[in-house]
Design a protein around this ligand. Sequence first.
Ligand SMILES: Nc1ncnc2c1ncn2[C@@H]1O[C@H](COP(=O)(O)OP(=O)(O)OP(=O)(O)O)[C@@H](O)[C@H]1O
Length: 602
Amino acid sequence: MDDGYYDDTADALNTAPTPPAFFLAPLNSAARKAVDHARNLHLRCTVNDTIGLWLSFADPNKQVCTLGREDTDIHLSDTRSSSKGSPHISALHASFQVVEETGAVLLWNLSKGGTVEPIPHSSSFTVKFRSNAQSVLVAQGINSRIAFGENQWYQFEIQWQSDGMYQFPKHEPYTMGPRNSRNKKYVLGGDVGAGSYGTVSWVLDAINGQIIAVKRFHKLSGKNLEFATREVANLFRINKDDSIKHEHILQILDYAGGTRGDDWGEIFMPLMKGNLKTLVEKVTVPDEHALSDTVLRQMLLALECIASHNIIHRDVKPENILWEYDNTTENSYRFCLGDFGLSNDPTLACTAAGTEPFMAPEVFHRKRQTSKVDIWSLFATIVWTRTPEFRRACSQMRAPDLHVWLVDFSRMELYANMRRMASMDPAKRPSATRQLALLDAPPQAPFEDYANSVVGSYGSNTNSASGDEAGVLGGDLAARFSRGMTLRDNTPGLTYGSGSSEAVTSPELPYYEPYASGLMQTYFGAQAAGPSKGYMPPSPDPADAPRDHGAWVMPYESAYGPPDSQNSGSGTAVPDTWTAVAPTVDVEEEAPRRKHKGKNRA
Ligand SMILES: Nc1ncnc2c1ncn2[C@@H]1O[C@H](COP(=O)(O)OP(=O)(O)OP(=O)(O)O)[C@@H](O)[C@H]1O
């Protein structure tokens, strides 16, 4: 049966997973003595003329193997050697344990003195224990040599028959990342999505053996640095402690790079199944209205939270709403707001920023921005989710026309309980908290207060966007970013770009990226970064669960665009390497671009 998704791990997933099994070959005389110990006879075997210990995790009820001096599966004596002292083996010193979801095997340090360690060796990656974690991955080519006890008393080599790692193809060596760091943190799986400013991959965390997502920012300088900075700082602000973490905002789990002198940076997040765009375009959702109602409520909760932290997102749109199955409720989804690269403090935000079809009128017309801009964008997202015609129009109509259309939509009975979200005047638009209350209130009387002059108040008199936002962001970027970083306890300060030779500047005028795929080649050529790609990661979900049709979604507009815009490359044109520089746009280019639907990241 076609299960509805394709990716390069599919073969691995379609065969029954082989449970982990390995041979522990002794590397020194203490380890050889341990192998010969009477209490280890049950595990002893010979492989290639070497006598060692054989461990298999084929029994689903026995997915752990303990090591220590007392009642453990592998006995390690704590005898004193007259010449070298004692190994100081704890009663329960270490264990190997299989991670159920991924099949990965973790080595756990359970010793009091922390004397369980990988031994660096040229033929394998070494991932050391972190100070805040007691486990580390062992796999083919990763931490192949390990030691237990003081001064690496017992030394073994792990020779794998199978290392679990169910999602990973077995015919090629693993790639570890971050690529630019000697301190490897994950095993690279595959690509999940890509945007203008980063590439997102699914990876296996080398500390806990779980699958997560990593966003690798393209080269951290100039605008890229600025957007990465905003995203990381604001995500840390929201995630600074467990009490504030929000179930509808994408978490940030960790980061790498970004320290003094680095021009690369990565953030680690939970892996979601896909984004709302791919869900709507590629999956047969039984009831789009029910789906959009769920999106509406959950995103209002997310917006309520970020507003309370004085953050406006400024790029609420289907691509930036990620989803996964909600395990607590049957047939339902959990949506999370992601991509905080444009987010800002409303007191600093005045540059036109966002993606044109979802951009609030006051942003498009360079007026003052408040958290109400996100309310408008959410309304546009809901209409987009419900209405194929609007989806088509997004690539064909200018923002002012779309604004008129959205107001018209809001007059329909269908939108009665959310029509004020489409008020042209932001002051009349409800806050997220108010709108949540309105959803549960009786239907409103026909609207009267916002549709009279649909574009009048924004059609002229545009402000210059150069102003204070650019100045404050550019001038105080490092400080703002470090403030964001300090919110995470026990984390060494991450100071993106503080050592960079390139000055961080905000553009004085907004610039646009093309929205429709066909425009990509025209303006950026083959180097261009494309709209986000959707992806279905390996999924343990039931076969009847809805899934994306393909591993990669088509470019945003290809389903609707003119024939010559299809397959224009926007869906695959994201540069492979992190060093690729996202296209920058200068002032002269701004005018032609604004003729098209595009994204403005100033
Ligand atoms: N945690 C995640 N889990 C699964 N997929 C993700 C995750 N984060 C991002 N993606 C996918 O990657 C795409 C690009 O991510 P993101 O929007 O953060 O990058 P970006 O460079 O800022 O993109 P954009 O050009 O839209 O601003 C998303 O649309 C989504 O499909």
